[in-house]
Design a protein around this ligand. Structure first.
Ligand code: C5P
Ligand code: MG
Length: 164
């Protein structure tokens, strides 16, 4: 197929990031999936799901709609202990309103966490994100990294969402 034959369709891409400090006695939830063996979890106003927050920011960023804090201020008691999946669904709804016939087609994320290993949870987390984004699980790529001990007290997530 030559360039002339190609149908040019608009695409959008959004990038998001989030990090939380880890504290004892807090549950760790990533991408909507509980990680029961985690010794610590995020200190956060909401449930501190860094991966869902990064994906939510990526959804908004693709359409220059600001960020999660602009839509769901963490100073607002209404969002204390907020279910991050509900915030993501709301952000997706807002983004879809101006997206014409585009929708999320692929998500790719990196989670940096020293302990525990997240590999055993990859399929569950990918399935959870895929369900939230209405994507097949093989359209959700997940990379897990340690900080090599440089940031043992935090969990960080970065995410890209492609719209097409
Ligand atoms: O950070 P590092 O490159 O040493 O991680 C090695 C591998 O360990 C990663 O490629 C990933 O497969 C796995 N890993 C994991 N869960 C983490 C961190 C790393 O499964 N929290
Ligand atoms: Mg390495």
């Amino acid at each position: 197929m030559s360039c002339d034959d190609a149908t040019v369709e608009e695409t959008r891409i959004g990038f998001g990031e989030d990090a939380h400090r880890l504290a004892a006695g807090r549950p760790l939830v990533l991408g909507g999936v509980a990680i029961p063996e985690a010794p610590r979890g995020p200190l956060a106003h909401s449930d501190g799901d860094a991966l869902l927050h990064a994906v939510t920011d990526a959804l908004l960023s693709a359409w220059a709609l600001g960020d999660i804090g602009a839509h769901f201020p963490d100073t607002d008691p209404a969002f204390a202990g907020a279910d991050s999946a509900a915030l993501l669904r709301r952000a997706l709804q807002v983004a879809l309103e101006g997206a014409g016939n585009l929708r999320p087609r692929q998500a790719s994320a990196v989670v940096t966490l020293d302990r525990p290993k997240l590999g055993p949870h990859r399929a569950a987390i990918a399935g959870s994100l895929a369900a939230l984004l209405d994507l097949p699980p093989d359209r959700v790529g997940l990379t897990f990294k340690t900080s090599e001990g440089l940031a043992p007290d935090h969990v960080q997530a970065r995410a890209v969402v492609l719209w097409g």
